[in-house]
Design a protein around this ligand. Structure first.
Ligand SMILES: *[C@@H]1O[C@H](CO)[C@@H](O)[C@H](O)[C@H]1NC(C)=O
Length: 538
């Protein structure tokens, strides 16, 4: 049973990676950092080749998550390549099935990077699951897993290289250390509390500074409930804080060639103190509670309220995350990913609420209605997740375009292709530039590997056309190029545009006449041409 629950968590995280393999611009710093560490290593001689030298982003970010991910990926990629050689490149074909045959070389590594991260975060959730089973009983553990897997955001993102998804793992380890205890026990083991606060301090210092706002209420609660002494907390925080600062400053100053650099502190200075994050837009104070949290949690939100009402242990568990959201609501710029860490805790509360409802199924009409309502919430979660996943699968036209392109010209030499901004932002990552070095040492390179993938920004159609070395374009429009007579349109790539209700006219009565098997087509996805593949006319 425990094994099945863990497998479900893992399978969900892998399914999202394989269904929507490409990545977007938010993920690209860490993805490209991981790519560069994998391909070039971290030696001084190759640092100038790293992508962040050209595309540095608004603020420097830490390399530590990416370096660790690359180091974890490389033995897996090595084993995969050896195993592939033995079994007639089955692994490449696996990547080929999902993406494409010719792009498979680097693409396999890319999939492994994402699968490794997904597995890591799934492991964090499995540990929390163990804690839930121990403290609240197995049925609540099962509800926790079902709610977790039926949601969209966290499972979809946990295999994506956002800095927040690197932070999610140590935060979940800390939750495990704090909450894995006997049903009625008040205190975590002393050692566990130490580990939890050390991990949270490390995460806040090195990976994501907003975690400090979660650390503070957890620490205050631990002090009030006498789970840790004040002196001990100060000692742990100071020690792990200092070590983390030294680690981040050493590694990141070296990688960015800027001394001294502590990226998270720089981020706080830039975004909070100088207020630059407001340039990205501000949201009202209540946005986290009224808009982001419902989106992240779906049906878990009402269930969590029920869980908190029905069990005092849940209330105690929920004060820190609720306080965290209240604190972070004071910052003007709000994004769902800043509060992603509390989703597992809310799901624990929701699982308790769901089990309260489900366990009443034998108690008469009210009980049966409670049972049905709980099942209905789960079904609704699944429906929303399926719709969101379908839209997301079609939402990476840049990735699809580049893979199509690689396939189409796989045998051609000296291709010089320009990748437009939209393409670069919607999936055309370095990993997909498969006909151009670098290659991971343990993987074989494809036959044609002399291409140039050109991402130079803000070039006009004129720049791209006259006296330029480009042979192909992946562009955002086609007419401006084709009408010059110098380019011909080869292919166009579709992307998600919107959902369209396909309801029959004539009111509710007509809707009810729709035969059951046609219900699936009531909601239809609309796509439109978003990118064009063009070839220079010779
Ligand atoms: C990319 O294309 C631009 C515009 O044609 C050109 O000036 C530049 O040299 C190209 N970059 C590389 C690396 O070839």
């Amino acid at each position: 049973m425990s094994f099945a629950m863990d497998l479900l968590l893992l399978a969900t995280s892998w399914a999202h990676v394989l269904l929507a393999p490409y990545t977007k611009v938010e993920e690209s710093f860490n993805l490209h950092a991981t790519h560069d560490v994998l391909m070039y290593g971290v030696g001084r001689n190759n640092l100038h080749k790293f992508d962040h030298n050209t595309f540095s982003g608004a603020v420097p970010r830490t390399f530590i998550g990416s370096i660790l991910l690359a180091w974890l990926t490389s033995p897996v990629a090595y084993v995969a390549s050896q195993w592939g050689l033995l079994s007639t490149k089955l692994d490449l074909q696996l990547a080929g099935l999902i993406l494409s045959q010719h792009s498979a070389h680097n693409v396999l590594t890319f999939l492994i990077v994402r699968l490794v991260l997904a597995t890591l975060n799934a492991t964090g959730l499995m540990l929390v699951r163990r804690a839930v089973c121990r403290r609240f009983g197995r049925p609540t553990g099962l509800m926790y897993v079902l709610l977790m897997c039926s949601q969209f955001h966290l499972p979809f993102w946990m295999g994506r290289t956002l800095p927040n998804m690197f932070a999610l793992f140590p935060v979940n380890l800390a939750f495990y250390a704090l909450y894995d205890r006997a049903p009625q026990s008040q205190y975590p083991a002393r050692r566990s509390a130490d580990v939890a606060f050390a991990l949270l301090t490390f995460t806040a210092v090195v990976l994501r500074s907003e975690v400090v706002l979660l650390l503070a209420p957890l620490a205050i609660q631990a002090l009030l409930l006498r789970r840790i002494s004040f002196m001990r907390l100060i000692k742990i925080g100071f020690l792990s804080g200092m070590l983390s600062i030294v680690l981040s400053v050493t590694v990141d100053s070296y990688m960015w060639n800027q001394w001294p650099l502590w990226p998270e502190m720089y981020g706080v200075y830039f975004n909070v103190y100088q207020g630059k994050s407001s340039d990205w837009g501000t949201s009202p104070v209540h946005a986290y509670f009224l808009s982001h949290l419902p989106k992240l949690l779906l049906g878990s939100l009402p269930l969590a309220v029920l869980g908190a009402m029905s069990d005092n242990r849940v209330r105690v568990l929920m004060y820190p995350p609720v306080l965290f959201i209240a604190l972070i609501s004071c910052l003007g710029h709000k994004e769902w990913r800043f509060i992603i860490y509390v989703v597992p805790l809310f799901n624990i509360a929701a699982a308790r609420g769901a089990w309260w409802m489900v366990s009443r199924r034998k108690g008469g009409l009210f009980g049966r209605m409670m049972f049905l309502a709980a099942m209905g919430i789960l079904a609704l979660n699944c429906a929303i997740t399926i719709v969101s996943t379908c839209a997301s699968m079609a939402n990476y036209p840049g990735g699809s375009a580049l893979v199509t392109f690689n396939d189409q010209y796989a045998d051609q030499h000296a291709v010089h292709v320009h990748i437009s901004n939209l393409a670069a932002q919607t999936g055309a990552s370095l990993f997909l530039q498969s006909h151009s070095p670098p290659y991971i040492p343990s993987m074989s390179a494809p036959a044609t590997n002399d291409w140039v993938y050109n991402k130079t920004e803000s070039l006009s159609p004129r720049d791209l056309t006259t006296s330029s070395p480009l042979t192909h374009l992946i562009a955002e429009s086609s007419v401006e190029f084709t009408r010059t007579g110098r380019w011909k349109l080869v292919d166009s790539v579709q992307g998600f545009s919107r959902w369209q209700w396909n309801l029959p006219r004539g009111g509710i009565a007509k809707v009810l006449e729709v035969p059951l098997h046609q219900w699936l087509s009531v909601l239809e996805m609309e796509t439109n041409d978003q990118l064009y593949i063009l070839e220079r006319v010779k």
